[in-house]
Design a protein around this ligand. Sequence first.
Ligand code: HEC
Length: 244
Amino acid sequence: MADNTYTRFNDISISERILNTVFLLTIGLGYLAALANMYYTHQGLDGKAGLSVEDVVISYYGSTKQTRLGTAVTGIMKTNLKIKSDQDVILKWIHSGASETAYNDDIAPILNRDCVMCHTPSINPSLPNLTNYEGVSEVAKPGGVTIPTLVRVSHIHLFGIAFILFFIGRIFLLCEINVYVKRIAVVIPFAAMLLDVVSWFITKSIPEFAYVVILSGALMGISMGMQILLSIYQMWFFTALVHK
Ligand code: HEC
C-alpha cells in the first residue's frame, strides 16, 4: 500500500469483515432494544397509550397535573375543603405556574382556613408545611426528573455511546464514498448525541425543548443506522471481494 492511500473494505480480510459485521449487527440489535426500552419507560405517562411529545415533557419537565398538592385536593384531602369550588382555585393556581402573588391573594386564605391546623411543622413535622409559600410551592411543583438522576443517566449515556459510535465510525471510514461526506458523517451522530443530552437538561426547565430531545435522538439513530447499513453493504456487495 502506498503512503497516500488509506485502508478500504477492499483491503481487509474476510475474517475482519465477518468480525465487523457481527459487531455492527449486534449493535443494531442493541439499538432496537434500547428503542423498545425507551418506549416502555416513557409511553402512557400522559394517560394515553403510546409515546407522545407530552410523555417526554412529563419525563423531564414534569406535569402540573401530577403535583402532590393537586392530587391531594382532588383526592384524600378533598373533604377538608369547606368550599368545594376552592379545589378549582387551587388547581388553576398550580397550572398557571404557582406564583407567590397569586398565592398571597387567593391560596393562603384557603389553606389557613382549611389545612394549617394539621399542616403546621410544630403540630405535624412529617406533613407538608402549608403555612408559607416555600412549603406550599414545594408540593405544587411539576416534579419531573431530578438533576442527580439526569447527571447519572447522561454520564453513562455519553461514555457508553461514545465507544459505540467510535467503533461504528472506524468501520464506516473504510467505505468508498466522497471524503467530505465522510468527514461530516462521522461527526453527526456525536453532535446529535451531545445535543440530545444537553436538551434533557434544558427540557427540565423549558418543556418545549422536548422536541429537540426527540429530533436529536432520532438524528443520532438515523445517522448511526446509515453508517451501519452502508458499511455492511459495501463490505459484502460493493467492493470486489478479494479473498485474503
Ligand atoms: C385533619 C388533619 C388534616 C387536614 C385538615 C388536612 N390534611 Fe393534608 N394531610 C393530613 C395527613 C395525616 C396527611 C398524610 C396522609 C398520608 O400520607 O396518607 C396529609 C397529607 C397531605 C398532603 C401530602 C400528600 C402526599 O403527596 O403525600 C398534601 C399535599 C395535603 N395533605 C394537602 C392538604 C390540603 C391542601 C389541605 C386543606 C384543604 C389539607 N391537606 C388538610 C392531614 C390533614
